[in-house]
Design a protein around this ligand. Structure first.
Ligand code: ATP
Ligand code: MG
Length: 405
């Protein structure tokens, strides 16, 4: 994409109404736009990152047998009354609304009840199980605090998967598979070395102990105690009050074991081989996509701006043409990158070189290809690695090979 055509502009000043690093950098670089407190739009650059995160999660969920669907944001209150969760004292952050006829509706906060109710129409036999269904769906939560930029918002895209198993063992087997898939996801988005599988309580969802996935960060609202560095295990402060010092962390995902609690309420059972009715064991597995993106910005950015890991960067290459004289040559390079299906942001704007460098550092694309006048004759390109700041000189062919490897 040509940067001259990108409607978003970078800004030098931090927005006056933001305190969190992720919101400041993402706003300055043109990834997001704040509508009001705790509600953000994703602009073209931000949407590209969000979609890449979505695809990584989709690949890992499909790899463990997940089937993707999409449920509605409007929900029937009757379904929630059956589990007692319609009560504002039980779930205190609902957005609710009414039909013209006065019937109450919930606006998607989570989906355990609707999915379990729906599956009573599809599951009846052992042959229908196990079943793993997931979605990328917008959740709405009337959060009290909204000071962490895109990490705690009132409207956000969540990946929520629900598992339905015939036995406790079958359930546990999947639970572990999903926990491993989560660690893969967090590694792929660049947070592998600082994300811990953490024992925690289940809040309003369940009285069972649950697993949270916590990423170490000073911007975190949680405190964890690392119990095994090699295996990346920890416990949440709310579970155990240890005398050792806790570490601040961000909950990027979690998984809940429910037993047969929700299926039992809705009469979701199955008949085994002998025709006997059996309970279904359920689990729920969430990841907040925006929170994950915000966490990456919190922990990987530096004083110059954002540093995107390769797999979720909005573009693979940031091509900078330094002057009018280099434009024609840079145009050709850009066209070739397109033909080779390399995702490139091409800074073809009529601005000073210094501004281009500063913006490239702020936007944070992993590799910057600088086209100066020297390149026209020598055919040698200067390539800068955003994370290390190191530069090297390589031929165009070499660059393509590196990008495609
Ligand atoms: P928290 O304790 O941080 O409020 P939660 O326990 O309410 O999170 P879930 O309801 O299980 O979390 O949601 C699953 C995932 O969705 C969380 O792990 C987190 O990544 C994300 N998430 C939850 N609430 C928000 C929010 N307000 N804004 C952005 N992401 C969120
Ligand atoms: Mg919450």
């Amino acid at each position: 994409m040509r940067q001259s055509k990108l409607f978003t502009k970078t800004r030098k000043e931090a927005p006056s109404d933001e305190v969190s690093k992720n919101a400041i950098l993402l706003t300055r670089a043109g990834f997001i736009h704040k509508e009001f407190a705790g509600v953000y739009s994703y602009l073209p650059l931000g949407l590209r990152v969000l979609k890449k995160i979505e695809n990584i999660i989709r690949e890992e969920m499909n790899a463990i047998g997940g089937q993707e669907l999409l449920m509605t944001a409007l929900q029937d209150s009757e379904i929630w009354k059956k589990t007692n969760r319609w009560d504002d004292k039980v779930v205190d952050n609902w957005f609710k609304t009414k039909l013209v006829n006065g019937n109450e509706l919930g606006i998607a906060n989570t989906h355990e009840e609707p999915i379990t109710a729906m599956l009573t129409e599809f599951i009846s036999s052992y042959k229908d199980l196990p079943l793993y269904v997931y979605q990328f769906q917008t959740k709405f939560r009337n959060e009290l605090r909204a000071k962490s930029g895109i990490m705690r918002v009132r409207e956000f895209l969540m990946k929520d998967l629900y598992s339905f198993s015939k036995t406790e063992e079958e359930f546990k087997e999947f639970y572990e598979k999903c926990a491993n898939a989560y660690m893969k996801i967090f590694a792929r988005v660049g947070l592998g070395d600082r994300t811990y599988r953490t024992v925690a309580t289940g809040g309003s969802f369940t009285t069972n102990l649950t697993d949270e996935f916590q990423t170490l960060s000073e911007a975190g609202e949680d405190i964890i105690y690392i119990t095994d560095e090699d295996k990346k295990r920890a416990v949440n402060k709310e579970v155990e009050d240890k005398s050792v010092e806790g570490r601040k962390s961000i909950e990027v995902g979690n998984i809940f074991p429910y037993g047969s609690k929700y299926p039992d309420v809705f009469g979701l059972h199955f008949k085994d081989e002998k025709g006997e009715r059996r309970p279904i064991f359920m689990g729920a597995y969430g990841i907040g996509l925006g929170r994950l993106m915000g966490t990456v910005v919190e922990v990987l950015s530096d004083e110059k701006g954002i540093v995107w890991p390769k797999e979720i960067a909005p573009f693979q290459v940031h091509l900078l043409s330094l002057s009018n004289k280099t434009k024609k040559f840079a145009d050709e390079i850009y066209q070739t990158l397109i033909t080779k299906e390399v995702e490139a942001l091409y800074d073809d704007r009529d601005v000073r070189a210094g501004e281009k460098f500063a913006d490239a550092d702020l936007i944070g694309i992993p590799m910057c290809v600088v086209i100066g006048e020297k390149a026209i004759e020598s055919n040698i390109l200067e390539v800068k690695d955003r994370a290390s700041g190191k530069t090297k000189e390589i031929t165009f062919e070499h660059l393509i090979n590196e990008l495609k490897s």
